[in-house]
Design a protein around this ligand. Sequence first.
Ligand SMILES: [Zn+2]
Length: 252
Amino acid sequence: MSVTDKLLRLFRVDRQIGGLEGRLKSAERFLAAQKKALADLVARHESLSAQMRQLSASCANLEGEASAIGERIEQLRERMNTASTNKEYQATLVEVGKLTADKGRLDEQALELMEKIEELKGELETLEGEIGERKKMVEVATQQRDERAEEIREKVEQLRAQREEIAGEVDASAMRVYEARRERFDDDDEIMAALVAQNLRRHEFTCGSCMMAVPVDIVTSLASGRLCTCTSCGVILYLEEETAEKLVAGKK
Ligand SMILES: [Zn+2]
């Protein structure tokens, strides 16, 4: 078996492993997205809760102040009933008027805060509903991820063992070329590609990856079993059985 044939076996095993792991990765990405969405909702909930606690405290302060003024007004009213002079009565009346206006402003501010608090309560309730839904999604996504992981575990183990065996038969320099491509490119088509015979009689061949012309001397070298890369894109070229047969037939 030529070095290219061995690499091709390796490449096919790697592609299977990649396909299986790709399915797991997509399940993991989905799970991560669900967790992120949940974390965002929880953070928003925390921020609104803090806002609400602050507003409630401010509101309680305003109510406290208003009620203290209310008590003071009551005291002044009693004093008015027992006022000995008209001057004293009038002075107290003015003070009551001023305090009543102050209390009115505080009541109004407290009311505004209470309205905001009610609004926040509504928002928090909606958020709690969304958080509940999102938690269910995280559960479903976790389950899917675990199922996927379990589904592929055994098969991937088998393939990895197979890979190791094949890799052990490939010579080191070819292995380095192959692993370098694998590291550089995510797309399988840029690691190994078939030589495409466009026109056998006219010796027209192209690279299955970049579609650029492949010189005849490389085709000859490839047919003799040597490791060949595309002169344009550097992909490792291989011969499909059909093309190899045609090449042999063409020589006769
Ligand atoms: Zn190419």
